[in-house]
Design a protein around this ligand. Sequence first.
Ligand code: ZN
Length: 54
Amino acid sequence: MSLRYECPNCRRPIIRNGSWFKAVSTFHCDACKAKLRLGYSAKLALFERHGKAA
Ligand SMILES: [Zn+2]
């Protein structure tokens, strides 16, 4: 299942599968190369928005 996370820096959608989002805590935006931090609460919000429990 693919999830979509919008880069807070450049607004570009980052689409990866759910297990990828679960595994990472920091990653780089493909478009602007910003270092993004995905904390526990951000992950919860992301999964909730896609209708899945984290
Ligand atoms: Zn970006």
